[in-house]
Design a binder for this molecule. Structure first.
Ligand SMILES: NC(=O)NCCC(=O)O
Ligand SMILES: [Zn+2]
Length: 374
């Protein structure tokens, strides 16, 4: 709880009334002493001297005066802050809203060493400008750096114009298209092509959630007809080859339009192999859950445990995790996100009788567990 509150000091979270040695001091000089400093090229035991938020020196045994705050980092790693390129804070989704907002999610991220994240603005009734306004409000309680990608969930002239405004006036230049979530966010190929063309003309980056939404819809119906209503039905209804198919389709359509493409939450070998073939034009983003878990968790007999792991595309059977790790190490995949999209057990219980109603999403930003957040 202390870390949680310290992260929020000075950022308007009024229930955090503690004093913080960092924020209450007038000094802006900090020495981080004796840690293992890790950078891309090597690591060394050294001190890091910071003035006014900028690193001024990294070397062993830096001597400083009394006006400097000294933080003992002996035996600890001192690293650049992480950037999480994929989060969903305060996201309205599947009849509820993610439990972590721009304060609690960010506080957890900061505690774990992530210092910037990029969240996805979800349009309001398809409107990008209304979506931006809504997320600006949500983000007022922020306590760390953040940026926005923008989802595009419908297509017309206003959306096309608003995309230009986002790029030219709001600094938002990456747009996500959902090929799944039939009946809500999903768009068809015609609109995908329109969206890709618009991104190309604006110099923006299109992103896709790649699953075949029509086939997933059919797979879900099949499971329910078979009487499979629990979380395992989620994995069974949307197999890896539906992710592979959509990834391949999106890559080919992006090639047709001659634009680069970013594939979010790559969860399967099937999708990864499609990206490998088009690596020069395509960025692939695995997420923490897909890299380290396998789908056995969805078969846990305790619904409240299994439901925690319901996300889309689903966590795959053992083997996909290791293959994604290898692809990341070799550069086939480029960067890691968390897809942090957290629901508590009461929210997950919306789908107790029907896995299709379990809000999709897992946590990924480092989390401080307290009894009230369970
Ligand atoms: N991934 C997931 O299950 N939830 C977040 C929304 C999305 O990224 O599809
Ligand atoms: Zn996501």
């Amino acid at each position: 709880d202390n870390l949680f509150c310290e992260a929020g000091i000075d950022y308007g979270e009024s229930k955090c009334q503690m004093s913080s040695s960092f924020s209450s001091s007038s000094s802006s000089k900090i020495l981080i002493k004796g840690g293992i400093v890790v950078n891309a090229h090597h690591q060394e035991v050294a001190d890091v001297y910071v003035e006014d938020g900028l690193i001024v020196a990294v070397q062993p045994n830096i001597k400083v005066g009394d006006d400097v705050i000294v933080v003992d980092a002996t035996g600890k790693y001192v690293m650049p802050g992480g950037i999480d390129p994929h989060t969903h804070l305060a996201m309205e989704f599947m009849g509820t809203e993610t439990i972590d907002d721009f304060f609690s999610g960010q506080a957890a991220a900061l505690a774990g060493g992530t210092t910037m994240h990029i969240d996805f603005i979800i349009p309001v009734n398809g409107s990008l400008t209304a979506g931006l306004e809504s997320y600006r409000k949500k983000a007022r309680k922020s306590c760390m750096d953040y940026g926005f990608h923008m989802a595009v969930t419908k297509w017309d002239e206003v959306v096309a114009k608003d995309m230009e405004t986002m790029v030219k006036e709001e600094g938002i230049n990456s747009f996500k298209f959902f090929m799944s979530y039939k009946g809500s966010f999903m768009i068809n190929d015609e609109l995908l092509i329109e969206g890709f063309k618009r991104c190309k003309s604006l110099g923006a980056l299109p992103m896709v959630h790649a699953e075949n939404g029509d086939a997933v819809f059919e797979g879900q119906k099949r499971m329910i007809e078979l009487g499979i209503t629990g979380p395992e039905g989620h994995a069974l209804s949307r197999p890896p080859f539906l992710e592979g198919e959509a990834t391949s389709r999106a890559i080919r359509l992006a090639r047709f339009v001659n634009t680069p493409l970013y594939v979010v939450h790559v969860m399967s070998i099937d999708a990864m192999e499609e990206i490998a073939k088009a690596r020069q034009r395509v960025i692939g983003e695995p997420v923490v859950s897909g890299l380290i878990l396998n789908h056995s968790v969805l078969w846990d007999p305790d619904f409240s445990i299994a439901a925690r792991y319901v996300m889309s595309p689903p966590i795959r059977e053992a083997g996909h995790d290791k293959a994604l790790q290898k692809a990341l190490a070799s550069g086939i995949l480029q960067l890691v996100g968390t897809d942090h999209c957290t629901f508590n057990s009461a929210q997950k219980a919306l789908g107790i009788d029907d896995f299709r109603k379990i809000p999709n999403g897992v946590n990924g930003m480092p989390k401080i567990i307290s009894s009230s957040s369970q």
